[in-house]
Design a protein around this ligand. Sequence first.
Ligand SMILES: Nc1ncnc2c1ncn2[C@@H]1O[C@H](COP(=O)(O)OP(=O)(O)OP(=O)(O)O)[C@@H](O)[C@H]1O
Length: 255
Amino acid sequence: MPEPPPLLAAEGLGVRFGDFRALGGVSLRVRQGGIHSVIGPNGAGKTTLFNALTGARPPTEGAVTLAGREVTRMPAHRRARLGMSRSFQVTNLFAELAVRENLRLAVQAARGRSAWAFWHAPSRLPGVAEAVEGLLSLTGLAARADARAGSLPHGGQRALEIGMALASDPKLVLLDEPLAGMGVDDVARTKALIRGLAPARTVLLIEHNMGVVLDISDRITVLARGRVIAEGPPAAIRADPGVREAYLGSTGAAA
Ligand SMILES: Nc1ncnc2c1ncn2[C@@H]1O[C@H](COP(=O)(O)OP(=O)(O)OP(=O)(O)O)[C@@H](O)[C@H]1O
């Protein structure tokens, strides 16, 4: 049987910063319904790749296709409307507002037609409350729904960020280092949360926690110095001598 077309594809993606080529012709096929991780030593180009895929910083060469549609020059907010969402490495919450309010604003912003739709009363947008409750339960934050977002422990804030990235009910969610800075318990919880997103959603993940990546990914792409050096299922990546070398070669910089 022929392989189904990928939900997200990159072809020869390149990004230059002046003379420096941060991404040098990366091709990637993300299958629908799986967890696909992008790993690589610090500075390999992972975040630059995410920026090019989401439209945060359009590539200087190559093409991006989302659900069969070419989106290379499409702005990020229009890609979001096509079902792509992203969580950030940097905390992106309203710290003074309750957890539930953060999610409500994210759901309303995603559903509203204008950027100001989130000022509308909840009653104007049917189903918002249900969506918020769904996200609270999915992220394990229901018991903390009325707490100030800023008062949550680090792991809880990261879970809330993932919840906000899911507020638009995306087909594809890109998570940038969701486990960064987490303790063991939070890692276990968030790992289960991410695994549970697929197959209803497709996940593209940047993560330095190799144990988790090898455990939950269906496919792994390894970047080093802006290029793909390996791609395959976890067992193949684990056994790949080139991957080991890429990490060891950046002694001190590798996670
Ligand atoms: N705005 C920029 N201007 C110039 N160089 C940049 C810029 N953004 C990133 N770079 C460089 O591009 C390279 C790739 O950076 P990028 O952040 O994509 O790597 P990464 O794999 O995500 O790293 P990390 O694991 O540390 O987050 C690095 O050498 C970085 O210094």
